[in-house]
Design a protein around this ligand. Structure first.
Ligand SMILES: Nc1ncnc2c1ncn2[C@@H]1O[C@H](COP(=O)(O)OP(=O)(O)OP(=O)(O)O)[C@@H](O)[C@H]1O
Ligand SMILES: O=C(O)[C@H](O)COP(=O)(O)O
Length: 403
């Protein structure tokens, strides 16, 4: 894989360099609530701009349906990038149309532009190779060189991640190099006990990693939306909690295998449950009760792990030498349901382990709850991406950067 330093040594002055970033930041309307993913790509963008490249930054944001949708515009991210760089950043209101062409043509050496959300174009995420390829051709027309630095999206076989680097000379950015360096340690030389904490809401994306972790980790602590499929598989009532019904046989097998392999697979023993999902905009006080995990009322959903679970999980983390944590333990965006995530973050900070926090939302949670980023060994920008790396899968966005 060519590094960005090698690319810089060859010279990029005057060249149009397409930087595939992951600027998929959490938003409250048009306000960015955590800009960690934008800050993470700054070293690459700065180095290219300082070397006189004309930098075209591209990313997806959210999951729009292949057409423009103002709720998912990258305009706020472009503005924030400009603030962080301390320079004007041009913004194209489309991805490969007139605005993108004019904006890129108007870039001076050392200038930076952001083009609109890649996923406003159906070709970006298309399953069909030809459709993705046609969109990649349009993107390729905007640049001379490609730099992959959107670590959070390298597990996606998408046009800008997978097909575009095949069409241009390419290199890996600083963020990808750092992320891969840290995660490699967890796959090759892990210090034990190795504890993995899994939570979050993208349950179907993330269950598969457990298959691999059952052969690697010593303890798996399950929380967040992921827990309810396990609790249901144990025969418990989970009410209207997040549930991946079709995965019940799979998680049942995981629990059996964990027992056979001597891996501790730990589930919540109590949860905060409510009849209503909280209002994340107004943060209005929520009504909930704390119930044992086998007694969730049928009209309620679990929204955070309860106090007994927090204590149990903290005790499982205390003597760890390595901890990987992906996915908030509850709906941390609401103050009432942030306690589980906060206490797990605190347990990581208090432990002597090498700690890695993975995921856009997990990283955002740690920062918005007031933790010092430096209190953790590494905060990864990739959730699904870091998990698939740990699964040992070939990640399309990394494979595409190989020479
Ligand atoms: N019990 C629960 N019920 C519903 N949603 C939950 C629950 N627990 C956590 N969540 C939600 O999970 C979301 C984060 O999950 P996600 O899987 O996206 O995390 P991530 O891995 O950090 O991010 P990413 O994969 O996007 O990088 C949060 O918005 C949080 O509110
Ligand atoms: O938030 C993420 O995990 C990445 O930006 C990838 O987003 P996606 O899950 O919508 O592909």
């Amino acid at each position: 894989m060519k590094t960005i330093d090698e690319l810089l040594a060859e010279g990029v002055a005057g060249k149009r360099v397409f930087v595939r970033a992951d600027l998929n930041v959490p938003l409250d309307g048009t306000t960015i609530t955590d800009d960690g993913r934008i800050r993470a790509v700054l070293p690459t963008v700065k180095a290219l701009a300082d070397a006189g490249a004309r930098v075209v930054v591209a990313s997806h944001l959210g999951r729009p349906k292949g057409a423009p949708d103002p709720a998912f515009t990258l305009a706020p991210a472009a503005t924030r990038l400009g603030e962080l760089l301390g320079t004007d950043v041009a913004f194209a209101t489309d991805t490969v149309g007139d605005s993108a062409r004019t904006t890129v043509d108007g870039l001076a050496d050392g200038g930076v532009a952001v083009i609109e959300n890649l996923r406003f174009n159906a070709g970006e995420t298309a399953k069909d190779d030809a459709e993705r390829g046609a969109f990649a051709d349009q993107l390729a027309a905007l640049a001379d060189v490609y730099v992959g630095d959107g670590f959070g999206a390298v597990h996606r076989k998408h046009a800008s991640v997978y097909d575009l680097p095949a069409r241009l000379p390419h290199a890996a950015g600083y963020l990808i190099a750092t992320e891969v360096g840290v995660l490699k340690k967890l796959t090759e030389d892990v210090k034990r006990p190795y504890v993995v904490v899994l939570g979050g809401a993208k349950v179907s994306d993330k269950l598969a990693v457990i298959d691999e972790l059952l052969g690697k980790a010593d303890r798996l602590l399950i929380g967040g939306g992921m827990a309810y499929t396990f609790l249901k598989a144990k025969g418990y009532e989970v009410g209207i909690s997040l549930l991946q019904e079709d995965q019940i046989p799979v998680v049942t097998e995981y629990m059996e295998r964990a027992e056979k392999n001597g891996v501790e697979l730990v589930l919540p023993v109590d949860v905060l449950a409510s009849t209503e999902f909280p209002d994340l905009k107004t943060k209005a006080p929520a009504e909930y009760t704390t119930v044992d995990a086998d007694k969730i009322p049928s009209d309620q959903e679990g929204l955070d792990v309860g106090p007994k679970t927090r204590e149990l999980y903290a005790s499982k983390i205390a003597d760890a030498r390595t901890v990987f944590w992906n996915g908030p333990l509850g709906v941390f965006e609401h103050p009432e349901y942030a306690g589980g995530t906060r206490e797990i973050a605190q347990a990581l900070v208090d432990s002597k382990a090498f700690t890695v926090v993975g995921g856009g939302d997990s990283a955002a949670a740690v920062r918005t709850l007031g933790f010092d980023e430096n209190a953790f060994g590494h905060i990864s920008t990739g959730g699904g991406a870091s998990l698939e790396y740990l699964e040992g899968k070939t990640l399309p966005g990394l494979a595409a950067l190989e020479d």
